[in-house]
Design a protein around this ligand. Structure first.
Ligand code: GSH
Length: 217
């Protein structure tokens, strides 16, 4: 059954590919699964109707028949499970390790990345903003250093490209042009992932939404 996902009607990142529906689009493209997109205007995010799909009033969501999912990582995992041989290895141990990397992306790396963004957008004008920024960046640097050490010269985090890499790259891209530049192998890792045709199709589809919205504004 063709799923429907939700995305920003007008993305605040201005089509840079940072909105989290990109993760879901990319996974669907890797899986070769066609999908529909319902665009959500800002004023609808916190309505009861949208919160029935996503309790926190956010995107993305995923609907497939009676199944409704939220949380980009859970959605990507579901897509991977529905399409064996595309985003997760068949070997049970390798599969468990790939899923571990998905959790590492959202649980260990994304948290300081989001702190970094919150500081930049909402705390930089506070008297304590710059001091906090130093602490956040130090924590983030430590995490990225550990990830850099683990990835080393490998192409992907554990064997072939997997949903673990997809989630990790999506988190790292939020740091593009910033702290990540101190870790050239992580930049190369992101570039390698971005060169995948599935990423490019997903990016183009998400960007088109922003371009169409800009034309009609
Ligand atoms: N942990 C959630 C985060 C979802 C999220 O932060 N979505 C953003 C867009 S990328 C959003 O909807 N922001 C609007 C809001 O929080 O009101 C996931 O990975 O799906």
């Amino acid at each position: 059954m063709k799923p429907t996902i939700t995305a920003f009607a007008v993305s605040p990142d201005k089509g840079q590919g940072l909105a989290r529906d990109m993760r879901v689009r990319w996974a669907l493209e890797e899986a070769g699964q066609d999908y529909d997109v319902r665009l959500v205007p800002w004023e609808d995010f916190k309505t009861p109707a949208h919160k029935a799909l996503q309790p926190f009033g956010q995107i993305p969501t995923y609907e497939e028949g009676d199944l409704v999912l939220f949380e980009s990582g859970a959605i990507v995992l579901h897509i991977a499970e529905m399409h064996p041989g595309t985003l997760l290895p068949d070997d049970p141990d390798a599969r468990a390790r790939a899923i571990t990397w998905m959790f590492a992306a959202v649980g260990t790396i994304e948290q300081p990345v989001v702190d970094h963004e919150v500081n930049e957008y909402f705390e930089s004008d506070k008297p304590w903003g710059a001091e906090r920024r130093k602490d956040i960046d130090e924590r983030l640097r430590t995490r990225l250093g550990d990830l850099w050490a683990r990835l080393g010269e490998a192409d992907w985090l554990d064997g072939d490209f997997s949903a673990g890499d997809l989630m990790m790259v999506e988190v790292l891209l939020r740091l593009e042009g910033q702290l990540i530049d101190e870790f050239p192998n992580l930049v190369a890792y992101c570039d390698r992932a971005r060169a995948r045709p599935a990423f490019q199709r997903a990016f183009a589809a998400q960007r088109k939404v922003f371009e169409d919205a800009s034309k009609s504004a």
